[in-house]
Design a protein around this ligand. Structure first.
Ligand SMILES: C[S@@+](CC[C@H](N)C(=O)[O-])C[C@H]1O[C@@H](n2cnc3c(N)ncnc32)[C@H](O)[C@@H]1O
Length: 200
């Protein structure tokens, strides 16, 4: 898996661009700066943005080519992010974060992703937030980016189940144009979530 991504990122430009999605920008209006974990962060566009906004950011991704570009982005933006080369299985999920950020991490099918969602919830401190964006199943028909596997995509019902008992500040499935480098370009079917874990 990470070998495929290592090759995908082995190009001079940024596959998903150097800027965050509009949704992440909006999310920072709701979630105040805190320590944040960016999961499967790729070339760093989201972690670097959060660092610019005053978050104390830790990020990981298994692809070394992505990490090199993310470090270059940090320099270009004048930010510091604690970056690690790691997969979901390598990561120590016991450290608590005020924001856990999972942007377009749809590389797992319905069974495999259940432990991942458990880890996202576990890594969020009481009162902290999960910020997540991905594609809805119809994205496969749009062909403007993302996995070709419909079942990897999210529905609002799935996310409601995964974050039962949390406060859902934002849960939305809609179509919108994305211009995130050559990787995500065109009208896309987007699913977005801002969920807050209950205080103990
Ligand atoms: C679609 S990209 C999204 C990257 C970034 N979050 C963004 O939105 O720009 C998916 C990312 O998942 C990473 N990835 C693939 N398999 C992984 C795994 N098992 N554990 C952690 N990350 C993985 C890839 O290296 C890639 O950077």
């Amino acid at each position: 898996m990470s070998e495929i991504w290592t090759q995908r990122y082995d190009r001079p430009d940024y596959l998903f661009g150097m800027e965050p999605t509009e949704f992440l920008v909006t999310a920072t209006h709701h979630v105040p700066p805190t320590n944040a974990l960016c999961v499967a962060d790729g070339e760093g566009r989201h972690s670097a943005y959060l660092a610019q906004r005053g978050f104390d950011v830790t990020a990981f991704d298994p692809a070394p080519t992505a990490l090199q570009k993310a470090r270059r982005l940090d320099v270009a933006k004048g930010v510091t992010v604690a970056r690690h080369q790691a997969s979901l299985d390598d990561w120590d999920w016991t450290q608590p974060y005020g924001a856990v950020v999972a942007m377009f991490i749809q590389f797992q099918g319905p069974e495999a992703r259940l432990p991942t969602f458990e880890r996202l919830r576990q890594a969020t401190r009481p009162g902290g937030h999960v910020i997540l964006q991905g594609f809805a199943p119809r994205q496969v028909d749009y062909g403007t980016g993302g996995p070709s596997d419909r079942e990897n995509m999210y529905t609002t019902e799935f996310l409601e189940q995964q974050f039962g008992g949390w406060t859902l500040h934002h849960l939305r499935d809609h179509d919108a144009p994305v211009a995130s480098g050559p990787g995500h370009d065109g009208i896309a079917a987007l699913v977005e979530l801002i969920a807050q874990k209950p205080d103990q």
